[in-house]
Structure formats: C-alpha cells, structure tokens
Design a protein around this ligand. Structure first.
Ligand SMILES: [Zn+2]
Length: 91
C-alpha cells in the first residue's frame, strides 16, 4: 500500500507582546508564531460556499490566524523568565 502525504500551505503570523514577568516584575518581550494551514478541514474553509476558490480559502485562513495572533494574551508561564522559574522552584 502506498502512503501519500499532502503538504498544506502554512500561513504564519509572528507576534510579540510587552509583558511584566510575574517572577521579578521586569518588563520583557515575549514572541510567538501562530500557524494554520490552508486545508479543507479548516472550519472557516469548510464554511465557504462551493464556488469559493483556493485564494478565497487562503484569505480566510490568513484572517483566522491573524485574529488568533491578535487575541493572544501571554500566560504567566509564557511571561515568566526561564531564570525566574528556576528561582521560584526552590521556594
Ligand atoms: Zn523575571
């Protein structure tokens, strides 16, 4: 039996936030990359009319990943310095 692997186009959005480290209280910048693929199972792609083109699907996914990045609020874990985690571990 042959196995086929389908590679879907990845749409990435890089984003960053200025946050306060919950360990030491200093300001820092945390970065995160959001990625979604243009694939037929994507809920927003599935919601498109049958007449939609690949470009329409690409636009939907780009918009979806952009919203995901925009809505991101770093967790305490993400905001904390690695060194500050270690400091706290000893308490
Ligand atoms: Zn810190």
């Amino acid at each position: 039996m042959d196995t086929y692997t389908t590679r879907f186009l990845e749409v990435k959005v890089h984003t960053q936030r200025r946050v306060e480290c919950p360990g030491c209280g200093k300001k820092r910048t945390v970065r995160r990359t959001f990625c979604q693929t243009v694939n037929p199972y994507h809920p927003e792609v599935k919601a498109l009319p049958l007449t939609a083109t690949y470009d329409d699907a690409h636009d939907m996914v780009r918009e979806s990943v952009r919203r995901e990045a925009e809505d991101w609020v770093p967790s305490d874990y993400e905001a904390r310095h690695v060194a500050c985690v270690e400091e706290r571990a000893g308490l």
